[in-house]
Design a protein around this ligand. Sequence first.
Ligand code: ZN
Length: 402
Amino acid sequence: MARILFRNGSVFDGTGAPPAPADVVVEGGRIVDVAVGLDGDEDVDLGGRTLLPGLFDCHVHFTMSGELDLVKLMMRPFSLRYFEAVVNMEATLRTGITSVREAGGSDLGVKTAVSSRLARGPRMQISIVMLSQTGGHGDDTMPSGGCPFWQAPFPGNPKWSVDGPDEMRKQVRELVREGADVIKVATSGGVLSPRDDPRHGHFRDDELSVLVAEATAAGIYVMAHAQATEGIKAAIRNGIRSIEHGVYLDDEAISMMLERGTWLVPTLSAPRAVLAASEAGTRIEESVLQKAYDVLEVHIASFRRAVEAGVKVAMGTDSGVGPHGRNLDELALMVDNSAMSPLEAWVATTSAAAALCGVDDRLGSISPGKLADLTVIEGDPHDLDKLGERVWGVWKEGARVV
Ligand SMILES: [Zn+2]
């Protein structure tokens, strides 16, 4: 089997150690050696660039494409989303992201299209649909009573609405049957939903404890869209593994996260994407726009305090709310607005993200035995400016894909 030698570059191994000159040898899709002065059968001359582990985005929506105008969304044919997903997955791969958590929208068919190489994209853990209480973040019922067609269940995509522990048990079991790798739940309101409030906690403990018990029994974990302080605390208290967004964190929530080892996936890009779309002329409902403005500053302050306290952070963008392929802009936001250093932002995008997803035994760092998912960037990795334009090459299991 050919030994592929990556030489003449620096290696950021994902652990947080500063990048250092080293060669990497890949054989049979795996990393077999990392050291100075190695040899191989085929050469990849890195020309002084930096080799990183294949990057992660822990919060994407491939079947959403940044269209926030509800009327335009209603005028799109239903299945168009799957063709857009092909383009969105390609854009994500091209920016160096080889693994994602799909936070709602992609089902087993989308995942299978990639794993069977029918479509190109990152490997993914899918949640399929986000479970939500009636009137919660998953509920797009409009004040008129109108309800978008995408809210209806269809094969492979169970219903999203859940009220009460009994329904919760059944819905988690349905999602497991349909191939969910992770269960996503909304324990608070959110920005894009028309009728709820991001400061309100959703679901009660009797519902969330059943949810976590059923997911755990199926050997999978739970991620919570959680913006409200109460929703964040309920998620942590009931053993949910990651808090998505985490907008209204208080001291107690932060200490609970530290105690339980709960992850934070901040998605600082998400409210910015809503505001950017509005500035670009997209018609967005006034109440939604107001919510995006309301969360902006408090979100940053919460994130900074969580980082300073030592909460575990994994990178996620909520791409799909905004366009795909700009995922790496999130790293600059994490550094601009917090105590995070550039290397810590890279750790959040590599080994920490792999640990959150439970795949750190095979992905997220450059060391012998790991799968050869690799991303090469131009320039100084401490400089996070315009990272998306500096991706030089991407390998997935030892095969060059970009
Ligand atoms: Zn999301």
